[in-house]
Design a protein around this ligand. Structure first.
Ligand SMILES: O=C(O)c1cc(=O)[nH]c(=O)n1[C@@H]1O[C@H](COP(=O)(O)O)[C@@H](O)[C@H]1O
Length: 272
């Protein structure tokens, strides 16, 4: 998918919502557990009930890897279901990969070619040659961790060196990577006070913003400085949407939670 196609979807749906498919068998409704592939069934029903309100889905790979081969099959069925039925939706493999060059190339092939995701999250710690193999793929996006939402994000990411914090260095340095137009960045919704500084360095790149809902981040605060003329934001909520109910009405309740966020987004976009 191209950036222009993503922006078109956002304008059409008046939504920059990303729904996180972080599926935990201990949290899904009992009636699904008797089925052959409860994770896929759960995802399928969530997707069918919410696809008109969201522009992206983000399966977090850890939640699939945790169930071995079965989990991997559920992931494959989920991405195939999305690509076949809702090709306009932007898909994110939240895998937080990154390794020496030839290994990164294999990760990129796994997620961009074999599984056909539109994007993947990548850790920047190993530098240029660990990121550029992902950037080499046309119309695919590499979402680099910049300033994460978790408490430990501040252990390293805000360390200062030569009047610059590490996350700022990550943003600036990565802009010099080959095919840097294929970059997006992760910035936590729990860090609204940093968005103005971040936008000074990356005024146009998309930011993937997790941390609203269960982690307490505010959509209004994120949009104040994060929103650009081309929107530039994908705001993720996982648990806050997919576990709104663990009864037979789980998909309906997920849709209600998504609608609440979409309506808030619509108001923000209409006022732009
Ligand atoms: O890369 C991510 O998506 C990510 C980065 C970050 O800084 N914080 C963060 O929470 N995430 C992911 O975003 C999702 C947040 O889930 P909820 O807190 O349930 O909405 C999880 O899949 C996290 O792994």
């Amino acid at each position: 998918m191209t950036k222009e196609q993503l922006i078109e979807q956002i304008r059409l749906k008046k939504s920059f919502l990303c729904i996180g498919l972080d599926v935990d068998l201990d949290k899904i409704p009992e009636h699904l557990k008797e089925l052959e592939d409860p994770i896929f069934e759960f995802n399928k029903q969530i997707i069918d009930a919410t696809h008109h309100l969201t522009v992206a889905y983000k399966p977090n790979i850890a939640f699939y890897e945790a169930y071995g081969i079965k989990g991997w099959q559920s992931l494959e069925k989920t991405i195939n279901y999305l690509n076949q039925n809702y090709p306009e939706i932007f898909t994110i493999a939240d895998a937080k990969r990154g390794d020496i060059g030839n290994t990164s190339t294999r990760y990129a092939k796994a997620y961009f070619e074999d599984l056909s995701f539109d994007s993947i999250t990548v850790a920047p710690y190993m530098g240029r040659d660990s990121v550029e193999p992902f950037l080499a793929f046309k119309d695919k996006f590499t979402i680099l961790l910049a300033l994460t939402s978790n408490a430990g994000g501040l252990d390293f990411q805000t360390l200062e060196y030569n009047d610059e914090q590490l996350y700022q260095r990550v943003l600036k340095t990565s802009l010099n990577y080959k095919n840097s137009e294929n970059l997006m960045y992760v910035v936590g919704a729990t860090r609204p006070e940093y968005f103005q500084k971040i936008r000074k360095i990356v005024p146009n790149h998309f930011l993937l913003v997790p941390g609203v809902g269960a982690q307490g981040g505010s959509l209004q605060d994120v949009c104040k400085y994060g929103l650009t003329d081309d929107i530039g934001l994908l705001v993720n909520s996982s648990r806050g949407i997919i576990y709104a109910s663990n009864g037979t009405d789980f998909a309906e309740k997920a849709s209600e939670k998504s609608l609440e966020l979409q309506q808030e987004m619509k108001t923000i976009l209409d006022a732009q």
